[in-house]
Write a protein that binds this ligand. Sequence first.
Ligand code: GDP
Ligand code: MG
Length: 312
Amino acid sequence: MARRKTPTLPAPQAAPAKPFRCGFVALIGRPNVGKSTLLNALVGAKVAIVSPKPQTTRTRLLGIKTFPNVQLIFVDTPGIHQHAGSLLNKRMVEAALTAVQDTDVVVFVVDAHKGLTPEDEAIAQRLATIRTPLLIGINKIDLIPKATLLPLLDRVAALLPNRELIPISALSGENTQELLNMIIPALPASPALYPDDELTDQSERVIAQEFVREQLFLQTQQEVPYATTVVVEEFQERPGKTLLFIRAVIYVERQSQRAIIIGHRGSRLKEIGQRAREQLESFFGCNVFLELFVKVVKGWTNSPGALHELGL
Ligand code: GDP
Ligand code: MG
């Protein structure tokens, strides 16, 4: 039975509506401090891949969260680190530093469990002079006793005086809502820049590529994940949106790395494909058929030509 509509009343004299706010929030910090985990927590969906290994995130990506009166556009960055040896690493650091300019708020993420490292101090020094509003998220507090938190807060406050600090756990979600509430007033009045149901600026192909790369980081060791990249060659939605067909190629630098990824009788590759497929099915909300191949391209991490060809 159709529900009866309540009669429309004359509109009450509305209080002046709060201006819509929208802006960019850069997440900055050393590799592995939890920037991508925090981005996912703040967006409320997994849009950035995460692993215990540093430098999982290779390029800048956006995570978008929209409320009735505000849209926050989080900028995840590859970690800033000083040993930018290879060309790939240099490009990652450039991307991180570019993210600080042109944003409305910067959140500097520090790993409370690891404590302040010289790299954190170097980043803090660079951030001390910026005019952009800066908040400091002291992350991973689920891993430390309260007694070690207080001296850490003091040290960070000494490095960045007059900036707001907040202890958080991106993993458990502790204080992440509070962090949001601190960010919002610093955003400019602006209309939304993205549709309200958009979660990221990454294309569906890139998301597929990243979820496969995440499994390479989780399931292979030492230099192997750093020597791999993933390119999606086919991404097809089957009619009725019931099935996604995805074919991706994992590029490695050496034959030995290919053998490791494939594993005994293909067992490793099968596991990588299965886990990535599960993640993709939950992101896209439909069944996914994922086909993976492994190919060798000698020295791709140091070759501008190869990087360009692979779209990096
Ligand atoms: P990023 O390199 O800064 O983007 O760091 P990631 O988000 O990839 O996280 C690096 C590792 O730290 C992963 O294993 C995460 O699960 C872990 N991690 C991130 N945030 C937290 C946290 O609040 N608590 C704990 N215990 N682990 C965390
Ligand atoms: Mg990351």
